[in-house]
Structures are given as C-alpha cells and as structure tokens.
Write a new protein. Structure first.
Length: 238
C-alpha cells in the first residue's frame, strides 16, 4: 500500500468522516445502505476509519473492515460501532475463501496499482451469488485534467474531459502538504477485469453531485449534470 495513506490518515479522518463531508453524508452512506442491506457477512475493503463498515453493521450485518493503514485501523477500532477490524492488503485479504456474502470498496481502487490482484482476492472471498459493490471517482467524467472551463474569450462554458483511455498514475496535492497517488483507468478495464473473475455488473449508479457538495464548490453549480461518483454492483456467478 502507498505509505502516503499512513501519513495522511488523520487528514482524511478530519475532512471526510464523522459528518464532515456532504458527499459521504448525503450520497455515499445512503448508497451503502441501499446496496448492502440484507447481507449477513460483509467485508469492507480499504475501510479507512470505518464509516461504511459501521453503517452496514447498523443494518444488522456482521462486518469485517480491512485497511492497509494502522492509523486508519486504530481510529476504526476507537470509533467501534460493531465491525471487527484487521490490518491487511487488498492483494492478500485476511479472510477465508467464500467467507462473505458481500464486499464493498469505497474510493479505494483508485489507490491500488495494479488492481487486478485485488479483484482476484475479492472474487476469492465472496461466496457464489454474493455481491461486490464498487464506489469509484467516475473514471470517465473525472479523468485527470477534467474540469469546468469558463472561457471568457470565446464566451464558452463546458466540462473539459482529460485523456480518458491511457492509464495514468499521478501524485495529486489534494490539500496543502497532502500528496496522494491516484490511478486512472478507463471504465472498460474495471468492467472487463470484474467480468473475467465472474463478477458481472447488475446495477450502476451515476448520481448527480450532492447538494451539499455543490454549495461548497461554486464551479459545480454549472456542472451539476456531471457525476463525480460511479457505483457498480456486481454479482459473483454461481
Ligand atoms: C479514500 S480512503 C477511503 C476509506 C473508506 N473506504 C471510506 O470510504 O471512508 C482510501 C483507503 O484505502 C486504503 N488503502 C489504499 N490502498 C490500500 C491497499 N492496497 N490495501 C488496503 N487498503 C488500502 C487507505 O489506507 C485508505 O484508508
């Protein structure tokens, strides 16, 4: 795992958890409710400080959270709320074959390179008929270099798409002094690698940006029809 996540776990926790981030509060956590309700044994891969794991545990599931960062695992254990937490890598999940009915990974695979071994592991730990729910920064509309353009010379406003097809690994300064590596891959790579492991897409969400996010990001007032998030729910073939 990239060592940056150990260094910046506290930054993540302060700005994106415990009610601090409208995209989680208004969108991601309710989507986790919708997609994970009814599963008995759930693995949260790259669980961070556990906000999705706690949410799904509150629905009645037995949840295991796995994260590569000790700083995240320590915070998750302190925040408690039902799940068990283990430190582990996406590429070597500390869970037996076929042990869970559902796996979720929220904003994690953008940091895992290569990601194919992680998908192998997810397919291994899922019982036949189980679901993998993948939350991603929308790979098409949020490709590197994408963003709102307000061209005062040509008097045009539009959403620019950055290079979509090539894989890209970039270190982004997401806040002053916080540098994190991000991996971009086209959506077909995700869908085809999942399908090769018997994980077929049965549902996809591309929600409009959350109102609380638009209130904080004025450029999105114009780009409210451009999704930031993509959710794929896949089912392992029996
Ligand atoms: C953006 S945070 C998301 C945390 C959590 N899923 C959430 O949505 O609140 C990404 C998390 O992925 C974890 N992570 C990154 N690469 C990993 C890897 N190879 N194995 C396990 N965890 C990893 C990081 O430590 C970090 O906690």
């Amino acid at each position: 795992m990239a060592p940056e996540w150990e260094t910046h776990a506290a930054w993540w926790q302060e700005h994106f958890t415990a009610g601090a981030d409208p995209e989680y509060e208004e969108q991601i956590l309710p989507l986790a409710d919708a997609h994970l309700a009814g599963f008995r044994r759930v693995l949260d891969l790259g669980c961070g400080e556990g906000q999705l794991a706690r949410r799904v545990a509150a629905l009645g599931a037995e949840v295991i959270g796995v994260d590569g960062s000790w700083a995240q695992i320590r915070a998750a254990r302190d925040r408690a709320g039902g799940p068990a937490y283990l430190r582990g890598a996406a590429t070597a999940l500390p869970v037996a074959t076929g042990a869970v009915d559902a796996v979720m990974a929220c904003l994690v695979l953008e940091h895992v390179d290569p990601f194919e071994p992680a998908i192998d592991e997810i397919a291994r730990v899922l019982a036949p008929g189980g679901c993998f729910v993948l939350f991603l920064n929308h790979p098409l509309l949020q490709a590197p270099g994408s963003g709102w353009i307000d061209d005062h010379i040509l008097e045009e406003q539009y959403w620019r798409l950055g290079p979509y097809l090539p894989d890209d690994v970039s270190v982004e300064e997401v806040a002053p002094g916080v540098h994190l590596p991000f991996v971009h891959r086209p959506l077909s790579r995700y869908v085809n690698v999942l399908a090769d492991r018997g994980l077929l897409v049965e549902h996809m969400d591309e929600p409009a940006p959350a109102p609380g996010f638009i209130a904080r990001a004025p450029e999105y007032a114009h780009a409210a029809a451009i999704p930031r998030l993509l959710v794929l729910r896949t089912r392992k073939q029996a």
